[in-house]
Design a protein around this ligand. Structure first.
Ligand SMILES: Cc1cc2nc3c(=O)[nH]c(=O)nc-3n(C[C@H](O)[C@H](O)[C@H](O)COP(=O)(O)O)c2cc1C
Length: 260
C-alpha cells in the first residue's frame, strides 16, 4: 500500500516506481482525504508493506500529509514494514524529525525514511524559481538510480534506516519559517489567470485536491495545498501567484501523463 501526495508529479513518479517494484497498490492521499471525513481505516495483508511518498513544503511534510497520518489506522497491524520517502528540490530540513513526531501516538513506528532530490517546482516567493534545464535533467537522471537503490533497501526490509537530507539552519527553517508558511502561504487567494488563459481545463484536471473549477477562467476554492500544479501545468503560462511568479519558469514531471 503506497500512499502518495504529489503536485507536479515528482512524488507520484517515485510512488509509481516503488509500487511497481514492490508490487503494492498506489493510493492518493488527496482523494482519500476528500472522500472520507472521519477516521480512515485500512486492513493490512500479512506481507504488505506501507509507504508514504510526498513532497517537502517549506522544510516539512505538507499539512495534508500530516493530517492524513493523524487520521489513519491499520487493522491487522503486526509489526508491518512502514516507511516514507519525501521528494525535495534541495533539502528536507527537519522532515525526518517531524515524521517521527507524527506517529508518537500511533501503535506503529517508521522503519525507514528517505529524501530524494528532484527538480524544483517552487516559484511563489521572490528569489525562488525552477531549476535550470541542465540541472533539472541531471536530477531526473540521478533519481532513477536513487529510487532503485531505495527499492533494494525496502526489499531487504532494512530497519532503522533513515537518510533525509537536513541541510543548513534546519531548526530555523522547519520550526520557525514553516509555521509562517502554513499560516500565510498555503492559500489560493493570490492565484489569478491572465488574459492568455484559454480555459483548457488542465489546471482543474491536475489539481490533486480538485480545488479548481474552470468557468471561462479558473476559480480556486478554499482547500489549496500550495502544490503549484495549476501554475506549473498551464500550457499558456497564464496562471500567476500575485506578482511573485511573473517571468518565472514552469516544471512538471516529464512522465506525468503515464503515471497511473
Ligand atoms: C509550497 C512548496 C514548498 C517547497 N518547499 C521546499 C523545501 O522546503 N525544500 C526543498 O528542497 N524543496 C521544496 N519545494 C520543492 C518540492 O519539494 C519539490 O520540487 C518536489 O519534488 C515536488 O514534488 P511533486 O512534484 O510531487 O509535487 C517546495 C515546493 C512547493 C510547491
Amino acid at each position: 500500500m503506497i500512499f502518495y501526495f504529489s503536485g507536479t508529479g515528482n512524488s507520484k513518479w517515485i510512488a509509481r516506481e516503488v509500487s511497481v517494484y514492490q508490487q503494492e497498490k498506489m493510493i492518493s492521499i488527496a482523494d482519500e482525504t476528500a472522500s472520507r471525513d472521519a477516521m480512515l481505516h485500512y486492513t493490512l495483508g500479512e506481507s504488505e508493506i506501507i509507504g508514504f511518498v510526498f513532497p517537502v513544503y517549506s522544510w516539512a511534510p505538507p499539512a495534508i500529509v500530516l493530517e492524513f497520518i493523524k487520521k489513519i489506522s491499520f487493522t491487522n497491524y503486526q509489526n508491518h514494514y512502514i516507511f516514507f520517502i519525501c521528494s525535495c528540490g534541495d533539502e528536507a530540513g527537519l522532515t525526518l524529525q517531524i515524521m517521527k513526531e507524527s506517529v508518537y501516538t500511533k501503535n506503529w513506528k517508521w522503519k525507514a525514511g528517505f529524501s530524494v532530490i528532484m527538480p524544483n517546482n517552487y516559484v511563489s516567493l521572490p528569489g525562488f524559481d525552477t531549476d535550470p534545464k541542465e540541472l533539472e535533467q541531471k536530477k531526473l537522471r540521478e533519481a532513477v538510480g536513487e529510487v532503485q537503490r531505495i527499492n533494494g533497501i525496502l526489499s531487504d526490509r532494512t530497519e532503522m534506516h533513515f537518510e533525509c537530507k537536513k541541510g543548513s539552519l534546519a531548526f530555523l527553517k522547519s520550526r520557525i519559517i514553516n509555521p509562517l508558511f502554513n499560516k500565510f502561504q498555503v492559500t489560493a487567494k493570490p492565484f489569478y489567470a491572465t488574459d492568455d488563459c484559454i480555459a483548457c481545463g488542465l489546471c482543474e484536471k491536475d489539481c490533486p485536491t480538485h480545488n479548481i473549477k474552470v468557468d471561462g477562467k479558473p476559480i480556486w476554492g478554499d482547500h489549496c495545498t500550495s502544490c503549484l500544479a495549476c501554475y506549473n501545468i498551464c500550457p499558456r503560462h497564464a496562471i500567476n501567484y500575485g506578482k511573485a511568479t511573473i517571468k518565472k519558469h514552469q516544471y512538471f514531471h516529464p512522465d506525468y501523463k503515464n503515471l497511473f
